[in-house]
Write a protein that binds this ligand. Sequence first.
Ligand SMILES: Cc1cc2nc3c(=O)[nH]c(=O)nc-3n(C[C@H](O)[C@H](O)[C@H](O)COP(=O)(O)OP(=O)(O)OC[C@H]3O[C@@H](n4cnc5c(N)ncnc54)[C@H](O)[C@@H]3O)c2cc1C
Length: 367
Amino acid sequence: MSIAVIGGGIAGLATAAGLAKAGAAVEVFERSSRDAVPGAGISLFPNSRAAMRTIGLLDGYEQLPHGPGAGIRTVMRRPDGKVALSFPAWARPQVRMFHRSALREFLLESCRGIPIHWDTAVTVDDDGDKLRRAVLTAADGQQSSWDLVVAADGLRSTTRRFLSLDPGLRYAGYTAWRGVTRGPADTGGTAGEDWGSRQRFGTVPLADGRVYWFAVATKDEGRTAAADGLASEKEAAEREFASWYPAARTLIAGTDEAEVLRHDLYDLARPLHAFHRGRVALAGDAAHAMTPDLGQGAGAGLEDAAALTALVRSALAGGAAGPDTDVVGLLGRYSRLRAPKAARQLRASRLMGRLAQRDRKAWRPGG
Ligand SMILES: Cc1cc2nc3c(=O)[nH]c(=O)nc-3n(C[C@H](O)[C@H](O)[C@H](O)COP(=O)(O)OP(=O)(O)OC[C@H]3O[C@@H](n4cnc5c(N)ncnc54)[C@H](O)[C@@H]3O)c2cc1C
């Protein structure tokens, strides 16, 4: 079975690795270059681990250096640094915390042997049907046809639009700055997310002692440091969190200016009921872009990769390879397996975001 994967993010690379292990002939098309290294960190929960097992990457995943998840005292502080909530050991999420570049390198290594076409943007021209293969066109006009196409082309997926599945995006109402400290930093033995009034600050220790932090604030859509007359997004984050407890400010201060990222946060306006049309499947943010409030976006993408891997593996194990495979039926099963859970995650993330960003007058500095 020939399969094209559009997008070399977490969902695309994991899907490609799994499908190749299942016995398909896979190629990846990524519009960015090989050296576009993602910044900041990421937390993955036990559903990601389970997905890695199905994809066939569990051994490597277990060996991937991650932050000190087990044993760390997990608390929620208020902006003045007072501990508002301390989680007992049994209630601590079994989360693993990685630098995104380490996770990407692991996935790239897992895709060894799979052709990855860097700097190659492609679009779906024909999603195919039971008899006709799907067709992709590259920016240089070159066309190729495939038994199956997996579009993991992210939040602003053009494939989702082509398939007439796009409900549009909803601005969540808040923006996030993220960074990783330039050197090891002390978090006082804690990790977690601290809530203020329309502001949040998250602390995520990484394997090498550096700390990934994120800072979320309710803002109008599209605001930037430059538009606000500031020198950098680092300065914007420093100003926004100037009244927070010293350790939070130290983490921002200890991060190189160029390493501070800022993104307004969006999710799909409505969850999708189907993740496919014809022979084209959506995966990752393309299928279920959600706010990061439960740290589940990438995990859900890994679950897509696992579902596709399992379905293709069993189709190929049944001797059904090539044009006779009922790819359209297989993708119908994929949609039924994945869309309901992803919809619940999307709605729950949205709800958590609304709760977290509430105006808590008593928690304002001096409140
Ligand atoms: C502030 C923030 C914090 C987050 N924290 C977490 C967390 O802790 N845990 C978690 O699980 N998730 C988290 N997420 C969500 C997570 O980052 C995303 O869900 C995940 O990275 C999406 O991966 P993806 O592969 O679906 O999409 P992307 O990473 O967006 O990859 C899509 C790829 O497709 C490529 N592409 C697009 N169009 C084309 C085309 N036409 N042709 C070829 N290539 C194309 C792009 O260049 C890109 O490389 C967070 C998100 C944000 C914004």
